[in-house]
Design a binder for this molecule. Structure first.
Ligand SMILES: CC(C)(COP(=O)(O)OP(=O)(O)OC[C@H]1O[C@@H](n2cnc3c(N)ncnc32)[C@H](O)[C@@H]1OP(=O)(O)O)[C@@H](O)C(=O)NCCC(=O)NCCS
Length: 157
């Protein structure tokens, strides 16, 4: 595992938006748009020099959360930053009253299995999640749907 010394996770700010968009583009993920709830539900990983090297966020639909935009700069991968970002957002969602987290993935099913998600039927998602842009339009029908319960303390891995 590479060293991640000095990389900290913090709440995303409006000024991070360009760096976040660049990370999402580089990772070929769904871009931010007006439905993405960008704001306190997003977090970034910041390197020692202030560079934004990772992002994760979630959208909230009732007591269900849609984890999205998990991306780490290529040269910073395999240092645990992605797992820290995911744990941070799941804990934030849990503290905000979310009972479940959902996500869609094209290429990272094994990764999310390791982080406690299980495969679910796409059609089994609650209505709010199903109506989100990501669920209804932005991700192909072939994407894998995954879910995870957010039990007390479960997000703090
Ligand atoms: C997925 C991603 C966020 C992980 O970030 P990261 O900081 O490298 O993650 P971690 O350091 O916590 O975990 C790295 C481990 O996960 C594994 N992993 C990473 N991506 C994976 C994938 N797509 N499928 C399976 N395993 C994966 C790595 O092989 C690594 O394993 P190792 O520690 O045994 O070498 C990053 O690889 C990324 O930005 N990928 C492109 C965008 C993407 O696919 N995002 C997920 C959208 S659903």
């Amino acid at each position: 595992m590479r060293a991640a010394a000095g990389v900290s996770i913090r709440a995303a700010r409006e000024q991070d938006r360009a760096a976040v968009s660049a990370l999402l583009r580089a990772a070929r993920l769904v871009p931010l748009d007006e439905s993405s709830q960008y704001g306190p539900q997003y977090a970034v990983a910041e390197a020692e020099d202030g560079t934004v090297v990772g992002v994760a966020g979630y959208e909230r639909y009732g007591d269900a959360s849609l984890l999205r935009s998990g991306a780490v700069a290529e040269e910073r991968r395999s240092a645990g930053i992605g797992a820290r970002l995911a744990a941070d957002r799941l804990e934030h969602a849990r503290r905000s009253g979310c009972a479940t987290a959902f996500l869609l993935t094209d290429t990272a099913k094994e990764y999310w299995l390791k982080l406690g998600f299980e495969v679910t039927e796409r059609a089994a998602a609650p209505a709010g999640i199903a109506q989100s842009l990501e669920w209804s339009h932005a991700c192909p029908a072939s994407s894998t749907a995954m879910r995870r319960a957010l039990l007390a303390g479960a997000g703090a891995q």
